[in-house]
Design a protein around this ligand. Structure first.
Ligand code: PMP
Length: 443
């Protein structure tokens, strides 16, 4: 599609307070995208940049997919918005059916949100309300994990385990405990797929249960694979053990699949990939290919049905958003799921995974590299931090890659990559070739 140049970059960048960005650095040296197609962004100065991160882990089908573009245009012209409460429209129901059909078996119901953060808040609230609905009202405590990322709202940062996301925001939720993270660099280094060591860390849940009593604990939330804190795969046996302990003590297990949902690991969801079923799954990002904000919580029949009691005219769950199941977002979701299916993108990700893993692990001999991790179409390269200036080295790698036409992402001193699932082998070669070049010249 031709680029519309009628919207040039403004001279004044001061008003927009950019999220999760170093505003002062950016505004001195702006990096602007003005177009996107399939695997590439076009910069304001007309360069092509290979998308090594699927936007922010969300554009799993690549950019400017005709099915999705057309579906959005058609829906916006047909019906732009419909009230989300006490009214419906067909596409929200159709999308929920499709999600149910592609999700692992126990997930039969879908609650819409507008983002990953909202999906997390929604899942935590559903878990607590469910416990109350089944006569377990004393169960209100929540358990998260160190290095967990569950979005930026108060529930999410409370159960999350990223210090910088928590420390300047005052009082968080009370009644929250954290499991230890699963990063064991002395035992698991340069691993393809799941590491061997660390399953025992799930047993910490037993310690927390013993401390507070199972009758006080509502839910435990983890990312099956921790994405934003450096791509940490679950150690072999870890998720199984968490599931076992949660079941034993009546604790709702929530998988935050905002990154791992929709093909990233080569399956529809990580629950399927790892063959461990939680009770609730949070999603967003790939649900609409990142094109329109939308998220969803997938719930089992057991959880959903616990709310469907009492007089029929009453509202069962006092929760929802103005834009829950928005028609244009639903149309985008339907076209996105259709694209994944018709183009066989999850299967493609699974097929490409070994080639991807070989590519990322080929960088092991580069300067500063202290660990590499990979699974499905996701990978991370951990760099030795500069002692006096942590995060600077990886950020420089990000800037250098951008200059050389490749988009990566960094978190601390870890480089993370998660390309659209349509990436070709030659583009994988280009991505890792550029990265090798950058790492070899990095101070
Ligand atoms: N949970 C996880 C696991 C995530 O990776 C993210 C975003 N990276 C979120 C929640 C929050 O999603 P959003 O930015 O859409 O609110």
């Amino acid at each position: 599609m031709a680029l519309d140049r009628s919207n040039p970059v403004p001279n004044d960048l001061s008003a927009f307070w950019m999220p999760f960005s170093s505003n002062r650095q950016f505004k001195k040296q702006p990096r602007m995208f003005v177009g996107a197609d399939k695997m590439h962004y076009t910069t304001a100065d007309g360069r092509q940049v290979l998308d090594g991160t699927a936007g922010l882990w969300c554009c799993n089908a690549g950019h400017n997919q005709p099915r999705i573009v057309e579906a959005i245009q058609k829906q916006a012209a047909e019906m732009d918005y419909a009230p989300a409460f006490q009214m419906g429209h067909p596409k929200a129901f159709e999308l929920a059916n499709r999600l149910r059909d592609m999700a692992p078996k126990p997930f039969e119901h879908v609650f819409y949100t507008n983002s990953g953060s909202e999906s997390v808040e929604t899942a935590l609230k559903i878990a607590i309300a469910y416990q109350r609905a089944i006569g377990q009202g004393s169960r209100t405590r929540l358990i998260g994990r160190e290095r967990g990322y569950h979005g930026v709202n108060f529930g999410g940062i409370s159960v999350g385990g990223i210090v910088n996301n928590r420390k300047v925001f005052g009082s968080l939720l009370t009644g929250v405990d954290h499991l230890p993270h699963t990063h064991l660099p002395d035992q698991n280094r340069f691993v393809k797929g799941q590491p061997e060591h660390g399953a025992h860390l799930a047993e910490e849940l037993e310690r927390i249960v013993a401390l507070h009593g199972a009758e006080t604990i509502a839910a435990c939330i983890v990312e099956p694979m921790a994405g934003s804190t450096g791509v940490l795969m679950p150690p072999k046996g870890y998720l199984e053990k968490l599931r076992e302990i949660c079941t034993k003590h009546g604790i709702i297990l929530i998988f935050d699949e905002v990154i791992t949902g929709f093909g990233r690991l080569g399956s529809s969801f990580a629950a399927e990939h790892y063959n461990v079923m939680p009770d609730l799954i949070t999603t967003a990002k790939g649900l609409t290919n990142g094109v329109i904000p939308m998220g969803a919580v997938l719930a089992t029949k057991e959880i959903h049905d616990a709310f469907m009691t009492g007089p029929e005219h009453l509202i069962e769950l006092f929760h929802g958003y103005t834009y829950s199941g928005n028609p244009v977002a639903s149309a985008a979701g339907l076209a996105t799921l259709e694209t994944y299916k018709e183009d066989g993108l999850f299967e493609r990700a699974a097929e490409l995974a070994p080639y991807w893993a070989d590519g990322v692990h080929s960088l092991r001999d580069c300067p500063h590299v202290i660990d590499i991790r990979s699974e499905g179409l996701i990978g991370a390269i951990e760099l030795e931090p500069i002692a006096s200036e942590p995060t600077k080295r990886a950020f420089q790698a990000f800037l250098d890659c951008y200059d050389k036409g490749v988009l990566i992402r960094t978190t601390g001193d870890i480089i993370a990559m998660s390309p659209p699932l349509i990436i070709s082998k030659s583009e994988i070669d280009q991505l890792f070739g550029t990265l090798r070049d950058v790492l070899q010249n990095l101070q």
